[in-house]
Ligand binder design. Structure first.
Ligand SMILES: Cc1cc2nc3c(=O)[nH]c(=O)nc-3n(C[C@H](O)[C@H](O)[C@H](O)COP(=O)(O)O)c2cc1C
Length: 386
């Protein structure tokens, strides 16, 4: 079935592609939750090199610490975003339902996984729409792969993705490494920057551009900021490695060439802390989500202290939602918030803005990265605080 629209045509059913997409989504969750911990990675987030200088006399009451914030003009009770994860399968519906309930309970933001599966087959809409149903009052972000706009997607697809979940923003993800390794990948990225900017101008809702685990450098950020993109999610290296996930899938499918490339590039990317500082050069013009390997509240405090407005988390929440209980998800969130508050208490920050003035030092590999990348000014500004 094909539905004609005024500005393009949206193919509503393509059963073969849909089945492949659903299988791929299922594989991703299974690999993420069952196999990734077996793999030794040498890249880390870089947050281990960022240290707060402790404040032995914080002069605040722990109970008065306030984590409210605003992102793209929406109120958040905590500076947390449940990153884009999934949709399009039965398991995805369960994951999205649980995570949406969590987002609603804590008044935090949530993204859905790529909605291509639902644009290809309306039968998949449900597994995405459930997010808005379960999270009626919070910031919800739609998601599509940017490269699809070099394939067959038009602004109509962007609008449809937003409409499907009554989203407050659309995330376009950049995943060149993943596309190269995926046997079914789309590697024509030519002129994509301009297309993204055009969509940003045409779409009513704000656009967030994100990576998926290799980070965004300051040059790309500058280009996006110049094009009026209001938010960037760095999704840096040190967390979920899509290269590794696709290498495992390739191995399962007997695709040696893709497997080898996936393994070779498993540590590819800008560590999350480095990428966050690179993009924070433009923090007056763009709102930043720091994500990629954020696993605890101390890392979150550091990310917020170096310029992020929110931190994003995908893998741990995806796996807990897939296989754990709702109570475990709540415990995870409580722990994370307690850790973040503890960090704020120990640097005397009653409000999140206070973290950006907390004395810090950057050492080791992260300092080296920043120096060789010419970010001495940013490094010095962090080291001179307090
Ligand atoms: C199972 C799974 C599926 C994902 N699917 C998407 C997706 O459809 N779109 C997207 O933009 N990012 C996707 N991501 C990437 C995450 O949003 C995030 O950028 C990345 O995993 C790094 O965060 P983490 O280290 O906390 O997992 C996915 C991540 C996971 C774990």
């Amino acid at each position: 079935m094909t539905k004609s629209t005024t500005r393009g045509t949206i193919s509503m059913t393509n059963r073969k592609t849909t089945d492949e997409t659903a299988k791929r989504k299922q594989d991703h969750i299974e690999i993420c939750c069952n196999k990734l911990h077996e793999i030794e990675m040498s890249v880390t987030t870089g947050f281990e090199d960022i240290h707060f200088v402790p404040n032995a006399l914080p002069d605040i009451n722990f109970d008065d610490i306030n984590l409210n914030t605003e992102f793209l003009k929406h109120d958040f009770d905590y500076p947390i975003f449940i990153s884009s994860i999934t949709g399009g399968t039965k398991l995805a519906k369960k994951i999205n339902t649980r995570l949406a309930k969590l987002a609603e309970k804590y008044k935090i933001g949530i993204g859905v996984g790529s909605q291509r599966a639902a644009l290809e087959d309306e039968a998949n809409t449900d597994s995405f729409a459930v997010v808005r149903q379960q999270a009626p009052s919070v910031f919800v972000a739609a998601n599509l792969g940017a490269v699809q706009f070099n394939n067959d997607f038009t602004i109509k697809h962007a609008e449809k993705a937003v409409e499907m979940i009554n989203a407050d923003a659309l995330i376009l993800h950049l995943n060149p490494l993943q596309e190269v390794i995926q046997p079914e990948g789309n590697t024509n990225f030519s002129n994509l920057t301009e297309k993204i900017k055009e969509i940003g101008k045409e779409l009513k809702q704000p656009l967030i551009v994100k990576e998926v685990g290799s980070g965004i450098s300051r040059d790309i950020a500058l280009d996006l900021v110049d094009g009026g993109i209001p938010a960037i999610d760095v999704a840096g290296a040190g967390g979920t490695s899509w290269s590794q996930i696709e290498a495992i899938r390739a191995k399962q499918q007997g695709l040696t060439k893709q497997q080898k490339v996936g393994e070779l590039f498993k540590d590819w990317g800008l560590p999350t802390a480095v990428s966050t500082i690179e993009v924070s050069k433009f923090q007056d013009m763009v709102e930043i989500i720091s994500s990629g390997g954020i696993r605890n509240g101390l890392q979150a405090a550091k990310a917020l202290a170096i310029g992020a407005k929110l931190v994003g988390i995908a893998l741990p929440l995806a796996c807990l939602a897939a296989t754990g209980t709702e109570k475990q998800l709540i415990n995870w969130m409580e722990q994370f918030i307690y850790e973040l508050k503890t960090a704020m208490f120990l640097v005397g920050a009653e409000e999140l803005e206070g973290l950006q003035f907390a004395p810090m030092t950057v050492t080791g590999k992260t300092a080296e990265w920043l120096t060789v990348r010419g970010l001495d000014e940013e490094l010095e500004m962090i080291n001179l605080r307090g």
